[in-house]
Design a protein around this ligand. Sequence first.
Ligand SMILES: *Cc1c(COP(=O)(O)O)cnc(C)c1O
Length: 361
Amino acid sequence: MTVVTNTHTDHFLTVAWTAKDGWLAPRISPYANLSLSPTTNVLQYASSCFEGMKLYRGYDGKLRLFRPLENCRRLLDSATRVSLPAFQPEELCTLIKKLCQIEGSRWLPKDTSRGSCLYIRPTIIGTDADLGYHVPQEALLYVVITYWPSATAATPLKLLANTQQWVRAWPGGTGAAKAAANYGPGLPAHAEAKRRGFDQILWLFGPDGIVTEAGSTNIFIVWKAPAGKVELVTPSLDGGLILPGITRRSVLELARERFSRQSAWVLDGKTVETQELTVIEREITISEILNAAKEDRLMGLFAVGTAFFVNPVSQIDTVDHSINIDPNAVPHAALLRQWLSDIMYGAEESGWTQIIDEKEG
Ligand SMILES: *Cc1c(COP(=O)(O)O)cnc(C)c1O
């Protein structure tokens, strides 16, 4: 998957903060580079956190954000975790909508192809120029928007499970925050995965190989429990090892509502059936997945997140095993993808989306 994310829109939002005066007036101004001293807190001590969300041009021509307040709340949690100042989530949400109002019409014109979106990246950094190791006394919140190519069909992912040489998150660490400091140290493992022909690292934790997440996505498994019941399982948030994804949460909510009894659905013009299943959040180990595969109980596995949406996984390699999964054996990932995209692009009305007002003309 190659994604062009270096094309930004014309404007960005900035709000400066000082310990003395608090948040100053927000500004939307022409996109520009930042000027920072080489000793700036963020550059030396990674006092930085961010969010990732999308602006969708709906099938009905309207611009929508998907659960934007959840992103603004999570940014507050992340900022708190790395000692950056708190920005009120409701207020941030209002500012992001203003920026989308300005950039949306120009960068996602109404005659744009179906299924287009822009990627929004709110960020907070510690801008204090004092080299001393301390909580930043100055900070900057900014929001940039980048171009995102039209949604393409889901491409099955190949995952490489990490060895204990590389760990993404640990108890008491920052794994549950979208803190910049989580991502740089993951690059060697990511590069190794790419070099060996995989798409992402499947991050395992500890001697038991606790499954956490894949790259920057949360994962879900459809399997038959040893007793024969079909389950949709995902690693629980307890322990703070994984990022509480908004897509993850939305998938859980949709799955609990729609997969709880046997049903028939229309998918790409065909009727598909789903059996009754139980949705479970709990600790999962890689050996449970291996055993399920060996005993022919593993039905499907998929990764979810804002950036790459809902993608089936076709292969997981560990140090001594390779697990192959038929990405089309069960329709759950494809159905969830369809349902979420119907909501995001306005084909299904939902309280999860917020419409951005645009000036006519
Ligand atoms: C952003 C992110 C996710 C996905 O979160 P969404 O809110 O669904 O986009 C999952 N894992 C990590 C590590 C992330 O950074």
